[in-house]
Design a protein around this ligand. Structure first.
Ligand SMILES: *[C@@H]1O[C@H](CO)[C@@H](O)[C@H](O)[C@H]1NC(C)=O
Ligand SMILES: *[C@@H]1O[C@H](CO)[C@@H](O)[C@H](O)[C@H]1NC(C)=O
Length: 270
C-alpha cells in the first residue's frame, strides 16, 4: 500500500504546475522532455517544459545554440518511449483531443513535419487542419478543436518519408498574437511499412489490403474518435504477418506466430 501511495504523490506533484496551463493535447501522447532534450536545450528550457507541459516556447529562454524551439519545443525523439510512436498509414483519418485550459485565441494549424530536414523541419504536403481562432476567448472551444479531426497526406505526398520512427511528427502549432506566445505540440508517427518491406514475391497479396483499408478510416473517427488507427493497424498487421510467412524469413513457425501476435497486441494497444 505504501508503494502505491508514493508514486501517486509524485504524480500529483508534477500535475500541480498544470494550473498554469494554456492548452494541452491530452490524447494521443505528445513528446515529453528528457535527458537528451535537457542536454540540447539547457536546464532553463528543461525546467520550463517539465514544470508546464502546456507552456509556450518564450518561457523556455534562454536556450543553447542548436536547440530548435520551433520544432516540438526542442523536444527530441530519443527521449520518447517507443510505445508513444503511432504507426499510421497515408490518408489515415486521425484525431487529437485538446484541453483548452486557458483560452487565448489566435491561429493554429496541424501539419505533418519531416524532422530530418533540420531546423524547424519541413512541411509534408499542406496543412491538415487550420483554425483562425483556436481556444477562443469569446466562447467555449468548439467541438472540432477539443476533438480535432484531420487526415494524413496521401501516399504520393508522403513518398518514402516517415519510414523510420523519429523522422516525422504531427505538430499542432498555435500562436496567440494577443499574448505573443507560440505553442508547439508533437505526436511521433511512423508509416506502416507494407510496400517498402515487400521484396518481389508479395505483389499478389499487396493489392488486396488497400482495397479494403480506406473503408475503415472513413467510418472510424465518426464512431469513436481517438480509436481511428485500430482498424487499419489490424489490417496491416495481418498483411505483414502474411508477408513474413510468404518470404519464409522466420524459420520456426511458432516464433513467427508469436511475433505476429506481439505485433498485433502492440499495435492494437494504440
Ligand atoms: C470548426 O467548426 C466551426 C463551427 O463551430 C466551423 O466554422 C469551422 O470551419 C470548423 N473548422 C474546422 C477546421 O473544421
Ligand atoms: C498556422 O499557424 C500559425 C501559428 O498560429 C500562424 O502563424 C499561421 O498563419 C497559420 N497558417 C495557416 C495557413 O493557418
Amino acid at each position: 500500500m505504501v508503494y502505491v501511495a508514493i508514486p501517486v504523490a509524485l504524480l500529483c506533484l508534477s500535475c500541480l504546475p498544470a494550473a498554469l496551463a494554456h492548452a494541452r493535447v491530452t490524447n494521443p501522447p505528445i513528446r515529453t522532455p528528457g535527458a537528451a532534450f535537457k542536454l540540447a536545450c539547457g536546464e532553463t528550457s528543461f525546467n520550463a517544459v517539465s514544470g508546464d507541459p502546456t507552456g509556450h516556447i518564450e518561457e523556455q529562454e534562454p536556450v543553447n545554440a542548436g536547440c530548435d524551439l520551433t520544432l516540438c519545443r526542442g523536444m527530441l525523439f530519443s527521449d520518447q518511449p517507443a510505445k508513444n510512436v503511432l504507426t499510421v498509414q497515408a490518408s489515415q483519418a486521425m484525431a487529437m483531443n485538446v484541453d483548452c485550459t486557458i483560452p487565448h485565441g489566435g491561429p493554429a494549424n496541424v501539419s505533418l513535419i519531416d524532422t530530418t530536414a533540420g531546423g524547424s523541419g519541413a512541411f509534408i504536403g499542406s496543412f491538415l487542419s487550420t483554425f483562425d481562432d483556436f481556444c477562443p476567448t469569446t466562447e467555449p472551444a468548439p467541438a472540432n478543436q477539443t476533438n480535432l479531426q484531420y487526415t494524413l497526406p496521401d501516399a504520393a505526398t508522403i513518398g518514402n518519408k516517415c519510414q523510420t520512427p523519429g523522422d516525422c511528427v504531427v505538430q499542432l502549432f498555435w500562436a496567440t498574437p494577443d499574448f505573443s506566445q507560440n505553442y508547439y505540440y508533437c505526436i511521433d508517427v511512423v508509416m506502416a511499412a507494407v510496400e517498402s518491406t515487400t521484396p518481389a514475391a508479395a505483389p499478389a497479396t499487396t493489392p488486396a489490403a488497400p482495397a479494403t483499408t480506406p473503408a475503415a478510416p472513413a467510418t472510424t473517427p465518426a464512431a469513436s474518435a481517438g480509436n481511428a488507427p485500430a482498424a487499419p493497424s489490424k489490417m496491416l498487421t495481418s498483411v505483414t504477418g502474411n508477408l513474413a510467412a510468404a518470404t519464409g524469413q522466420a524459420a520456426p513457425t511458432s516464433k513467427t506466430s508469436s511475433n505476429a501476435g506481439r505485433r498485433r497486441a502492440r499495435i492494437l494497444w494504440f
